[in-house]
Design a protein around this ligand. Structure first.
Ligand SMILES: [Zn+2]
Length: 242
């Protein structure tokens, strides 16, 4: 046994609060925007900046299946049948996830709510807590262009972006020399179809939020660093106003 005395309290490791969470109100953020607007990337950056959990619906579905909970079994069953997870089931999953997270910190939600009904359910769950809803706006033509330049390497599977004037034969994967191929999901026709589907469900969600003082629109055409800066400035400014 060590002869050394236990550290006196003043030398005990301080119960530190992670940077960004000290003495501030919870940061509750909902990011909405079309597929390809970059909200997944921005959600990750916000989660790091504010030390809050990133709640993406894709990850929730995967973790529910992994956990094998009752909800997870329902998800697995639905996905095995090749069906889409219903709005109600998705709302239950997000509710369960939020209930486990620390309300004093907050969250960044990515991919939810998808419907006005889910938006109302989220309002009910959060009660009086302030929630910032930010739409990352990008024109359809730009999304089609962005997706059109996305390639996945058929060897190392890394997804990367290529120049607009891309010649598949002359430009192999810079990491492994494999062939860069376009995923079927990124074909312009498919992207346009996804954008149309998105508009159908997103319009009522935007209607639900757009008259609130906590609703903001950020230009997603800018470089992703500028988008991140705009999101941070909005969140910080809103925090300072409270
Ligand atoms: Zn490769």
């Amino acid at each position: 046994m060590s002869e050394r005395a236990a550290p006196s309290p003043q030398f005990a490791p301080a119960m530190t609060t992670p940077i960004g969470t000290h003495a501030r109100a919870p940061v509750n953020v909902v990011l909405i925007g079309p597929p390809g607007c970059g909200k997944g990337t921005q959600a990750v950056r916000l989660a790091e900046r504010y030390q809050i959990p990133h709640i993406s619906t894709g990850e929730i579905l995967r973790s529910a299946v992994r956990a094998g909970s009752e909800l997870g079994r329902q998800v697995a069953e639905t996905l095995t049948k090749g069906s889409l997870v219903s709005d109600d089931l998705m709302a239950d999953l997000v509710r369960a996830h939020l209930a486990e997270s620390d309300p004093a910190r907050g969250f960044v939600l990515d991919g939810f709510p998808r419907t006005a009904g889910q938006a109302r359910a989220l309002d009910d769950q959060l009660g009086p807590a302030v929630m910032l809803v930010i739409l990352i706006q990008v024109a359809d033509a730009e999304i089609v262009r962005r997706m059109g330049t996305r390639r996945v390497c058929d060897s190392c599977r890394l997804t990367q972006s290529v120049a607009d004037a891309f010649h598949p034969d002359s430009e192999p994967c810079p990491y492994c020399g494999g062939n860069l191929v376009r995923r079927p999901d990124d074909e312009p026709e498919t992207v346009r179809h996804r954008l149309a589907t998105y508009a159908e469900y997103a319009t009522p969600v935007i209607e639900h939020y757009k008259t609130r003082r906590t609703f903001a629109v950020v230009d997603g055409l800018q470089h992703s660093d500028k988008v991140a800066a705009a999101l941070g400035a909005y969140i910080d400014q809103f925090g300072a106003m409270k």
